[in-house]
Design a binder for this molecule. Structure first.
Ligand code: PLP
Length: 245
């Protein structure tokens, strides 16, 4: 591919394609977006790089953090910038462990869903429960537990309704947590719509049922919005599309 414009990309022979996945889910504003080019060029001239640490910041970084905080479905949301999705997810878990170390050091294990993808670094690979990749590198450890990936209707039992299926997965999650001890679990991490897991929207009642299981045990539910955020499911956040904010 040599160039792009709006939703189209063009290959070296000039053939055009609609890029339905926006590069890898990240060209949300389209290709050759003049406002983006102009803003990036202006900033490259003014101050191309500077750390936001040690009590310093840069006006555009500050303004973006404010805008993201206002757009986030979390009251008084704090913003921490990362370069990649893998780094963002790892930082989320690191921050959770940091807080728990002060308040509740036993709460260390993270639950994710089999077949998900949360990134390419060693820990993010393990968080994503894609067995073939984990085994290729022998990425072992006992700090992650894997719950079922909801794949309705593919994985339903004969005669099971959509609601029954969602309810069964929630019961299985409750058993996994109770077997391990809720006091050892720091968080449950999932995508609003699992991308690598097969792009199956969650079955009806699934998020309500698992949220109930988690909140009864005081376990936070984290959404990885690396793909589903910024309008990609029709609302600003995928968690809003699945009615979880
Ligand atoms: C749901 C999800 N989380 C995290 C990541 C990791 O993002 P990155 O490739 O920017 O590290 C991806 C990448 O595709 C992803 O799909």
């Amino acid at each position: 591919m040599v160039s792009g414009s709006g939703v189209f990309v063009f290959d070296s022979s000039g053939k055009d394609y609609i890029d339905a996945v926006s590069a890898l889910f990240c060209a949300t504003l389209g290709f050759h977006n003049e406002r983006l080019i102009e803003a990036a060029t202006r900033q490259m001239r003014e101050l191309p790089v500077y750390p936001t640490a040690l009590n310093r910041t840069v006006p555009v970084v500050h303004a973006l953090a404010d805008a993201l905080s206002a757009a986030a479905p979390i009251p008084d949301a704090h913003v921490l910038f990362a370069t990649t999705g893998s780094e963002a997810i790892e930082t989320l878990i690191k921050t959770t462990w940091y807080i728990n170390k002060q308040r509740n050091p036993k709460r260390h294990k993270i639950i994710t869903r089999r077949g998900s993808y949360h990134g390419s670094t060693i820990f993010a690979t393990r968080l994503g429960g894609i067995e073939s990749i984990i085994n290729s590198f022998d990425l072992t450890g006992d700090d992650i537990l894997y719950a079922a990936q909801p794949r309705w209707p593919r994985d339903a039992l004969a005669g099971e309704t959509e609601e029954d299926y969602a309810h069964r997965l929630a019961l299985e999650l409750a058993e996994l947590i109770d077997h391990t001890g809720a006091e050892n679990i720091a968080a449950f991490l999932c995508e609003p719509v699992s991308i690598a897991g097969g792009m199956y929207p969650a079955p009806k009642g699934y998020f309500e049922a698992i949220r109930n299981v988690l909140s009864m045990r005081d376990i936070p539910l984290y959404f990885d919005e690396i793909v589903t955020g910024f309008g990609r499911t029709g609302k600003m956040w995928g968690s809003q599309t699945v009615n979880q904010t």
